[in-house]
Design a protein around this ligand. Structure first.
Ligand code: ASP
Length: 351
């Protein structure tokens, strides 16, 4: 009898679970950050979560918005000519790597030892191929090297000196490490070091230990997706720390239906396999893209103690831009070639 009651209760629970999928109980994502499916090629970018209104001078905000718009146009030019999602992602990220406003390429944050160590990854949703690099110090555009690892090596991920040797052999542009240096990032390291030493002269701790990573997801006219991410990591990182950005499945992921680039406190994105987790929810659980993105970025990661954001693009043209910090540099461009950019919680109408 006891047995029968138990199994009845179990059957009732199972019936409930089948009737109401777990994700259906989650709140829907903020409509400001989600969009209905759109037609045509699309490119979505981020320039990092963690940006705070109080610490962003208007001139810097304007320069960052302009750089995002330039990157969106560069990627759109590729898509308009019938180029691949991979080419659009590469072109857009390379623009942001050269822009000193962002923590990727030029303008990257400094390690504890006062160096710039760069990480990047790219993934092709159609074929599942991926390329990544970590801890490089002389590669001007890490995203180009990640792409070359994917297309011109038998490996997925190269690190440090070996990655630079490979870059040299493949004709990837190498620069003097001073190319990456900006005074602002240097000062951020000095502040972090002074705080570590407990010096009263240290400036206030930033609200978030990361900011300014860049990423892109694109859907091309053949309906194929790609994702890429590039970063200097986190200020004052040491011991060869590598974050989520170059780890396939953590900060970067693309499959046939879903592409993700993340930004935030990388250790938490790694533990959650965040980018893959979003797309797995879409692919295996049939969740709407926005629901999956919301669940991972705004629930799972904060519940574990982390924070940040992500850009997510579906093969049906749906977009989700969840974040849980004061702002996230973000933007998109569609068939009409008009860049749309937002930084804080201002509305960003989606296609
Ligand atoms: N996710 C990056 C990292 O942990 C930082 C960022 O997004 O700004 O390296």
């Amino acid at each position: 009898m006891r047995m029968r009651l138990r199994s009845k209760a179990w059957l009732a629970a199972l019936a409930c679970a089948l009737a109401v999928p777990a994700w259906a109980t989650a709140d829907q994502a903020d409509p400001v950050h989600d969009g209905a499916p759109a037609a045509g090629p699309l490119l979505v970018l981020h320039g990092g979560a963690g940006v705070e209104r109080a610490s962003l001078p208007p001139a810097e905000e304007a320069a960052a918005r302009e750089a995002l718009a330039t990157a969106l146009r560069a990627g759109h030019a590729v898509l308009r000519e019938g180029g691949s999602a991979l080419d659009a992602v590469t072109a857009a990220i390379a623009v942001l790597e050269d822009a000193p406003q962002f923590n990727a390429g030029r303008g990257a944050v400094f390690t504890h030892e006062g160096r710039n160590e760069l990480d990047a990854a790219i993934m092709d949703g159609a074929s599942g191929r991926a390329g990544a690099i970590a801890g490089v110090r002389r590669v001007r555009n890490p995203i180009r090297l990640a792409r070359t690892v994917m297309e011109d090596s038998p490996h997925v991920m190269l690190v440090g000196e070996g990655a630079e040797t490979f870059a040299g052999e493949r004709g990837i542009e190498l620069v003097d490490p001073s190319w990456f240096r900006t005074e602002k990032r240097w000062q951020q390291l000095q502040d972090a070091l002074a705080r570590e030493r407990g010096q009263a002269s240290a400036g206030p701790a930033p609200a978030h230990p990361y900011f300014g990573t860049v990423g892109a997801v694109a859907l091309d006219s053949s309906g194929q997706l790609a994702a890429g991410t590039s970063t200097g990591g986190m200020t004052n990182k040491r011991w060869g720390r590598v974050g989520d950005a170059p780890l396939v499945g953590a900060g970067t992921w693309a499959d046939a239906r879903c592409a993700v680039s993340g930004t935030g406190w990388g250790e938490f994105y790694i533990r959650a396999a965040a980018a893959h987790e979003i797309c797995a929810r879409v692919r295996l659980a049939g969740q709407p893209l926005a629901t999956a993105a919301e669940a991972v970025i705004n629930r799972e990661i904060p519940a574990a103690g982390g924070n940040g954001g992500a850009i997510v693009l579906g093969a049906d043209g749906s977009i989700a831009l969840p974040f849980n910090t004061g702002g996230m540099y973000r933007g998109w461009i569609g068939a009409d070639g008009v860049p749309h950019v937002a930084v804080f919680d201002e509305p960003l109408p989606l296609p």
